[in-house]
Design a protein around this ligand. Structure first.
Ligand code: NAD
Ligand code: UDP
Ligand code: UDP
Length: 312
């Protein structure tokens, strides 16, 4: 056995796709997860792979393993889940990241942090580039995630400055695809399930708020390209798809692609829901030579196929 790559949150949506891709590239993988939002089903196809190992562990506790690089993805990502136990969410971001940085420091290995577009809060600058500092409510219901992730970024940059660690911070924008949880309340999974079941499609607010949706395969490419950057490169770097849609447009696409007869209904907009969001990915284009390849319709088709297979 060689020295594995550690993926925290490896049984989650993004983490499990990253496990698949790195295994395909010949890496050995240690997947660490506490299964809060992750599922064994996401990695069930890997358990017989001799290059793949799992460990049930909560990263808010110290972790002593030998690995060659660390992707720190552990953290619930959907508002329903990260607000279920907000104190644990902040701890996962702050204490969990500190532990993973301590591990990286002891082993002198590169570590990548999955940060988020949510660190920009409800942005006043549009589109968001990496030098925008954001507009976050520090005491609202989303703060456990937004501020937790902001503090994690601070830790990553301080471990770099103070201890010379090779750290990378990626700011991931809304990503979707197979293995999203049907119950996680995010807009793509909600709309697809509602459309497939013939239930009304719930648009929060007027539906004119925007998001930019990146297909998971594109995102995983960018995570690996970022990890492969030389130690001088720290980010932060925006990763996402710059094509912006309103939630009304998204609902219409999904209704059309599923051939659903669902009608659209409006429900109240959640507190602190960002009005618009689109990444400026100039840095990713220049540094990584990367941009998303999968258009919304193609990505939605794959995701719809996955949810259909889950329903039968
Ligand atoms: P997910 O909820 O599917 O995956 C998170 C994984 O982390 C789960 O398997 C969960 O069980 C695990 N986990 C949570 N707390 C843990 C802890 N304390 N110890 C060990 N494991 C723990 O979410 P995802 O969409 O795959 O997101 C992965 C990462 O990417 C997260 O850090 C998230 O903040 C970030 N991100 C995701 C998106 C997106 O659109 N999916 C956008 C921005 C950032
Ligand atoms: N840590 C860990 N695994 C390791 C090394 C450190 O989980 O292999 C944890 C350690 O328990 C500490 C955190 O990482 O809580 C930060 O470590 P660091 O060395 O930066 O700080 P210190 O131990 O000096 O507080
Ligand atoms: N949304 C919606 N209907 C739903 C779920 C979400 O209209 O059933 C809206 C939500 O209010 C937000 C957008 O879709 O404006 C994206 O929500 P999501 O929770 O997927 O991601 P985030 O707000 O974290 O970007």
């Amino acid at each position: 056995m060689g020295v594995p790559t550690l993926i925290t949150g490896g049984a989650g949506f993004l983490g499990s796709h990253l496990c698949d891709r790195l295994l395909d590239c010949g890496h050995e993988i240690l997947c660490v997860d506490n299964y809060f939002t992750g599922r064994r089903r996401n990695i069930a196809h890997l358990v017989l792979n001799v290059s793949f190992e799992t460990m049930r562990h909560d990263i808010t506790l110290p972790l002593h393993v030998e690995v060659k690089q660390i992707y720190n993805l552990a953290c619930p990502a959907s508002p329903i889940h990260y607000q279920f136990d907000p104190v644990q969410t902040t701890k996962t971001c702050v204490v969990g990241s500190t532990n993973m940085l301590g591990l990286a420091k002891r082993l002198k290995v590169p570590i990548l942090q999955a940060s988020t577009s949510e660190i920009y809060g409800d942005p006043i600058v549009h589109p968001q580039s990496e030098n925008y500092w954001g507009n976050v409510n520090p005491i609202g219901p989303r703060a456990c995630y937004d501020e937790g992730k902001r503090c994690a970024e601070t830790l990553f940059f301080d471990y770099r400055r103070q201890y010379g660690l090779d750290t990378k911070v990626v700011r991931i924008f809304n990503t979707y695809g197979p293995r999203m949880r049907p119950d996680d309340g995010r807009v793509v999974s909600n709309f697809i399930l509602q459309a497939l079941r013939g239930d009304p499609i719930t648009i929060f607010g007027d539906g004119l708020q925007t998001r930019s949706f990146c297909y998971v395969d594109d995102l995983v490419d960018a995570l690996i390209l970022t990890m492969e950057q030389p130690p001088e490169f720290s980010g932060p770097i925006n990763l996402g798809n710059p094509t912006e849609f309103t939630m009304l447009e998204l609902a219409e696409r999904i209704v059309q692609l599923t051939g659903s007869r669902s009608r659209i209904v409006h429900a109240p907009l959640p507190m602190d829901d960002p009005r618009q969001r689109r990444p400026d990915i100039a840095l990713a284009r220049e540094r990584l030579g990367w941009e998303p390849k999968v258009c919304l319709d193609d990505g939605l088709r794959e995701t719809i196929r996955y949810f259909k297979s889950m329903m039968t």
